[in-house]
Design a binder for this molecule. Structure first.
Ligand code: ATP
Ligand code: MG
Length: 578
């Protein structure tokens, strides 16, 4: 297609709010445009990329026997009440009422809807297994929409749901989807890792996240080179330190002026941070997001709290717990900012990390300004409402599987697969009859790919200082033919001849015939990131052109025929990686 006729507007600079390269380049290359915070539209080039990703997803789902359907984004509250998630889902759910005040939501996910379809239409074991999927727009009123398509409030997800007779069937469906995900992200050109994950609000008994490795990613992964363990930091188990067999020393209150942090108190008292106890103060919320309780969580001084694990042991949703307003909490519980310890708090839940129960003679805040208590021992000096593993794994901690030191890396969660079991089928009555007419709950799995987030992740991994470098399989066009002088008939006719030859082989070509300086055209081609650039310039009368791959700096002069042949070979080879 001729660029002079295309609807493309590139920008020299992106708005200041764009900080990640992917967000900056997608805006600058004119791929997406923002409507309001967390809501974007796809412009022609961006929409082509999106459809290519969708088609890769579609092909791989179909290859595993998935069948595509399309359900509405609008979902009636009643179905969510049946599963118990109408109140459990929290403020991320986009709730709307119709003119008769009937409640709906704009679906953040579709477990209830697919379960409803199946329970109405499946009754016999002969109809199972089934895998249904859709590629559809989801809505989540994210607390902090950011990074463009990476965390938006409206986004495109592929969600698949499997329905099996039993756990063994679920294991098979899960493996099919897991394998398909590997092929999807490979074909999209991503460097990714499947990692063990928490089931979160979706529920169920087993889960993996597919994480595209990226320094800017919001997910943190713990992995072990000795045994191949890989898990999200939230789900990885951080092992307790060995219990100590030291003799318990007498408790002692000490004056520690101004030592509000662990670093400060450890330095002041000349102790290792591992001998101290760190306090983290939280408040919890009811369904109307009003504060309904306080929680003081304690971990060893050199550790951090894993808030997901904390929420899980408290039995509250992740959104229903956050750092407390300390002055209010102090009035009610007796905690003292910077000097809070587990001994002597009132009107709050005390949650102590399991490891602290085995360690001896630790130092914690005295719940009194400028004072700490030394030689504090669990049971003798303080107890907990809950003692459980609530600590976050970090670089160098022992691997929960083999004990070798773990490494940490960051990434973007592009997909997640879950074993749901009967979490939805049981409350919603999705059952089938076996050969003996005996009824069983259908066993389910669910599988999501963030299609629009994958778009952003590909750009995050494939760019340089000049712009995007598309892997050919998801590039908006494969080849750009840049005509140096568009009003030169010889140059234009050679370019058009090459375009026609490439198109015949299914290669998608952009022909830059704009009346711009060559420098502007090259800059745009680099920014947009088309994998192959063929420049037609002053040697056109001899049939010679310049051939360059976006990912390489080297340019070569070839005959037009050779350039066409090289482009076809390169694109075909790259697209067929499976
Ligand atoms: P996150 O932890 O990043 O909020 P999630 O675990 O809540 O995501 P899932 O329910 O697993 O998300 O949804 C399936 C996929 O949808 C995710 O793996 C991710 O790729 C994508 N996704 C989720 N939330 C968003 C969002 N706000 N914007 C874009 N993509 C998203
Ligand atoms: Mg997820």
């Amino acid at each position: 297609m001729k660029m002079s006729k295309m609807y493309i507007r590139t920008l020299r600079e992106a708005p200041a709010e764009a900080v990640l390269p992917s967000h900056i380049y997608m805006l600058r290359a004119g791929m997406i445009r923002k409507l309001v915070s967390g809501v974007y539209g796809y412009m022609p080039l961006g929409y082509r990329v999106l459809r290519k990703i969708e088609n890769i997803v579609r092909e791989e789902m179909d290859a595993e026997g998935g069948q595509e359907i399309l359900m509405s984004a609008l979902q009636p509250a009643e179905l969510w009440e049946e599963s118990g998630r109408w109140s459990a889902y929290g403020p991320e759910m986009w709730r709307v009422n119709d003119r008769n005040d009937r409640e709906f939501c704009l679906g953040p996910t579709h477990e209830e809807i697919f379960t409803d379809i199946i329970r109405k239409e499946v009754s016999s074991h002969r109809q199972l297994p089934v895998i249904l999927y859709q590629i559809q727009t989801k809505y989540r009123d994210e607390a902090r929409p950011r990074f463009g398509l990476m965390r938006s409030r409206e986004f495109i997800m592929k969600d698949a749901y499997s329905f099996d007779k039993d756990e063994a069937g679920l294991d098979e469906s899960y493996k099919k989807m897991y394998d398909a995900y590997g092929r999807i992200f490979t074909r999209c050109g991503l460097d990714f890792r499947p990692v063990e994950a928490d089931n979160g609000a979706i529920g169920g008994s087993g889960s993996h996240e597919f994480t595209a490795l990226a320094d800017n990613g919001e997910s943190s992964i713990a992995y072990c080179e000795a045994c191949n363990m890989a898990a999200t930091d939230e789900s990885a188990v951080c092992k307790d330190a060995e219990p100590s067999d030291e003799v318990m020393l007498p408790m002692e209150e000490v004056f520690t002026p101004g030592t509000k942090t662990i670093d400060a108190v450890a330095e002041y008292l000349g102790m290792d941070k591992k001998q101290t106890i760190k306090a983290l103060l939280y408040e919890t919320y009811d369904d109307d997001m009003k504060v309904n309780g306080y929680v003081a969580a304690f971990v060893r001084g050199d550790r951090e709290v894993n808030e997901l694990k904390l929420a899980n042991v408290l039995g509250v949703a992740e959104y229903a717990i956050a750092f407390a307003d300390e002055s209010k909490m102090a009035e009610i519980t007796g905690c003292v900012g910077g000097f809070t310890g587990p001994r002597g708090l009132k009107n709050c839940k005390v949650v102590v990390d399991s490891e602290l129960t085995g360690l001896k003679n630790l130092c914690a805040g005295a719940n009194k300004a400028d004072h700490h208590i030394k030689n504090l021992n669990y049971e003798r000096d303080y107890t907990a409402d809950i003692a459980a593993n609530i600590k976050m794994i970090k670089e160098g901690d022992p691997c929960p599987v083999c004990g070798a030191p773990v490494k940490m890396t960051r990434g973007i969660e592009v997909g997640q697969v879950f074993k749901l079991g009967t979490k939805y089928s049981k409350p919603m009555g999705a059952v089938y009859k076996d050969q003996n007419m005996k009824e069983h709950d259908i066993v389910m799995g669910c599988y999501g790919v963030g299609v629009s987030r994958t778009f952003a992740a590909v750009v995050e991994q494939h760019h340089d200082d000049d712009g995007i470098i598309w892997p050919p399989a998801v590039a908006p066009y494969h080849v750009i033919i840049t005509v140096v002088k568009a009003n030169d008939d010889v140059q234009m006719s050679l370019a058009e001849k090459m375009e026609a030859e490439l198109a015949k082989q299914g290669i998608e070509v952009m022909l830059d015939d704009r009346d711009e300086r060559p420098g502007v055209k090259f800059k745009d081609a680099d920014l947009i990131g088309i994998p192959v650039r063929i420049t037609v310039g002053k040697r056109a009368p001899e049939g010679i052109v310049e051939y360059k791959l976006r990912k390489e700096s080297e340019k070569t002069e070839l005959t037009a025929d050779e350039a066409v042949k090289s482009a076809i070979e390169f694109i075909m080879q790259e697209i067929n990686v499976r």
